[in-house]
Design a protein around this ligand. Structure first.
Ligand SMILES: NC(=O)c1ccc[n+]([C@@H]2O[C@H](COP(=O)([O-])OP(=O)(O)OC[C@H]3O[C@@H](n4cnc5c(N)ncnc54)[C@H](O)[C@@H]3O)[C@@H](O)[C@H]2O)c1
Length: 450
């Protein structure tokens, strides 16, 4: 007797913008045997139509997902009866959909950061404990081969007990600037880069250490972007969008130049007035671009962390000091940025070995990752990083298999829960409080269950 064909699980996708494409390609194509899209919820009909078209092109036999406005969420659940939701809205809106879905005992797949404030974090924890539905946090950086390797070396005890971590993250003037063009520029929407962006990095440290934060001290400032720096860049702060900047201005982007950008953003603008290319030196920026932090952990480790969003190259440097040695991971994602370049996010490219030949021969900072392990009394060795292909170094593909496919064995514990989401968001939330008060924040005082 042959085994019955599994019935695909039915997903509603909430927030059909840029990031939802990765999930929709999985649901309509690579993982359609296990999971399919049945409904979209988004205030913007143009963006929903873009994805209705994409789904039809990938899987013509599939019924087109029905389309709903945000205020129709309850009606959508009653009419469509999905098994689960994927939440890819702006960060500050995640919690309302997570709680609403869990109230119906639906499973939730949610992008980082899980949320942006302590009150929303507490509401998620309460709903998660009451519901029969589950939350899967999609921390794709865990799946990147180099980051997974650090986890394995630490878990194998190669450097003994980790006592401190130094973590420096550099965003360049292309990718970094992009946070100041979109909704991310408003702290109300993104929580600031300490939550929106650094939640990836804090999750990595929490996961590498298998530990939870206890105290956070943070300094943050806006030293480069924002209307207050417009004159230094010869830009008019009254210009609302980058379209109004001089043609040769390196911070101008052309939404019409790219087919996807044009359809998903420029043509969608008429529906909600949202401009995806706001002037990075315009009014209304409320997030920091320069962050420095000190985080204490339950088991005694200390993390020093910094983020700059206007560096001349993009990548990160991590050092983990342990009682038996040290690990250093140096990652160059983009060695330099030329003023006329238009590609925004280098991390979406393949991870290693992807430097083009010309660049590799003349560039003193070639695009590559190096992981060094040095045990006490020994010489340093370079540990080879397995090659990853595709978005976020192959991490996106592996993550999708875990979320929608048949879950593989998970010896490194890469699959993340709501508690992992809250642990990483809590550091950013505490950092915000520390910047506001000028004091060290006791994470437990936020009342977030970690
Ligand atoms: N893990 C990663 O590497 C990664 C990469 C990019 C984005 N993200 C995350 O994905 C999420 C979405 O980011 P994005 O870049 O796609 O942003 P986006 O602006 O491109 O898309 C957001 C979508 O949400 C919609 N939306 C706005 N208000 C809504 C509401 N009330 N209800 C439902 N939908 C609403 C918008 O119309 C838009 O279509 C964010 O949480 C972001 O942090 C993660």
């Amino acid at each position: 007797m042959t085994a019955p064909t599994p019935v695909p699980r039915r997903y509603a996708v909430i927030g059909t913008g840029h990031r939802s494409e990765m999930y929709l390609r999985a649901l309509a194509d690579s993982h359609a045997e296990h999971a399919v899209p049945v409904a979209f919820v988004d205030p913007n009909p143009v963006r929903m139509q873009y994805y209705v078209d994409l789904v039809a092109s990938l899987h013509p036999e599939l019924a087109p997902p029905s389309r709903w406005a945000p205020e129709e969420f309850e009606q959508m659940v009653a009419a469509v009866r999905p098994d689960a939701v994927v939440v890819t809205t702006p960060d500050a809106l995640h919690s309302e959909y997570i709680v609403a879905a869990l109230t119906h005992d639906l499973d939730v797949v949610v992008e980082k950061p899980i949320t942006t404030t302590a009150a929303k974090a507490r509401a998620i924890a309460e709903a998660a404990q009451r519901s029969a539905g589950s939350i899967t946090m999609t921390f794709n950086y865990r799946y990147s081969p180099r980051n997974s390797l650090v986890r394995r070396l630490v878990a194998d005890g190669e450097i003994g007990t980790v006592t401190s971590v130094h973590f420096e993250w550099l965003l360049d003037t292309g990718h970094g600037a992009d946070y100041f063009r979109r909704w991310h520029r408003e702290k109300e929407m993104s929580g600031g880069l300490q939550i929106h962006k650094a939640s990836h990095h804090f999750d990595l440290v929490n996961w590498w250490l298998s530990d939870a934060p206890t105290t956070v001290t943070a300094l943050g400032a806006r030293r480069f972007y924002g209307a207050e720096h417009a004159s230094e860049h010869g830009v008019d702060p009254a210009a609302r969008t980058s379209r109004q900047l001089a043609a040769e201005d390196p911070f101008r982007i052309d939404l019409a130049a790219d087919e996807r950008m044009r359809r998903l953003n420029l043509e969608a603008e008429s529906a909600d007035g949202y401009a995806r290319d706001q002037n990075v030196f315009g009014e209304g920026v409320s997030i920091e671009d320069t962050l420095s932090m000190l985080v204490g952990y339950r088991e005694g480790a200390a993390l020093t962390y910094s983020l700059h969003a206007y560096a001349p190259w993009e990548g990160y440097r991590v050092a983990l000091n342990g009682t038996r040695g040290r690990i250093e991971l140096d990652v160059v994602e983009k060695p330099h940025r030329a003023p006329e370049e238009t590609e925004i996010d280098p991390s979406a490219r393949a991870e290693d070995g992807a430097a083009d030949g010309a660049e590799a021969t003349v560039e003193v900072r070639p695009r590559r990752s190096v992981l060094r392990l040095q045990r006490q009394w020994e010489r340093a060795v370079e540990v080879p990083i397995p090659e990853g292909r595709g978005g976020h170094g192959g991490g996106d593909a592996m993550l999708l298999d875990d979320v929608f496919g048949v879950p593989a064995e998970d010896p490194l514990g890469r699959r993340a829960s709501w508690r992992d989401g809250l642990r990483s968001a809590a550091i950013g939330i505490a950092a915000e409080e520390s910047m506001r008060t000028g004091s060290t924040v006791d994470v437990a005082a936020l009342g977030i269950e970690l």
